[in-house]
Write a protein of this length. Sequence first.
Length: 253
Amino acid sequence: MKLIIAIGFIFGSLAVSNQAIAEEWQSSRSAAKRLLDHETDLAIQMRLVSPISKLKPLVSENYAASSNAQALSGLANRHDQLFEIYSANVLANADFDGDGYHHAITVNFDADVSVDKAWAYAKLYLSREGGAWSQYYTTDLFELTGDTVDDAYEVETELLEGYRPGHYDVLIEIYSIDHAFMVASHVIDVFTSDKVLMLEDLNRDSGDFDHGFSIHAGDSGPLLAFIVLIRLLFGWSRFAHSARLAKPANNLG
């Protein structure tokens, strides 16, 4: 009985340990294009890119939370350009198990520049229920031309693992190659879009999420310790059983 209890305790501890390890990692893959590019299929493009995996941040990674990034705010090659994100929207896609939580999103945004043209790129972040902003994608360079809508951009993303079910907000930051700091930002949340973005990762959306026994590369330590401990417990049990058989009988007569 003691052996069974010990094994149950070890399995429980291993489940908690592995689930905690899995929750530390976030993995996703994204593809992007100009919104008016009707020839590029983002679903196909996403299958061609490798997933991006990273440790889940404990503190926000966005520009406003970085004192080091803000220290560069006085550096610029051009001081006559002003930027803004004129419009932004997010669509939730793919809910395999029908629980209302989606594992894919499409973010559209239209960034404008006040004077001339500018080469820029965007950083995209997700925040779960008011938590830390976690960056999940950086676009390639794209050209902004005044306030035209022809340069609107689209990013499609699939959340693979490490994104617990909940309501999420999206943050878009725009950077220009002529400026050393962020030039515009926009948050898509329930206040700006009038809808709640309910997300989870693909592992959970597929209906076969392993709640504790998924072993990632480099996470085999608890499993090896478990195997060694089981062998020691079985060895001790066999020794104790043999000792009882070898003990001489106590003759009271």
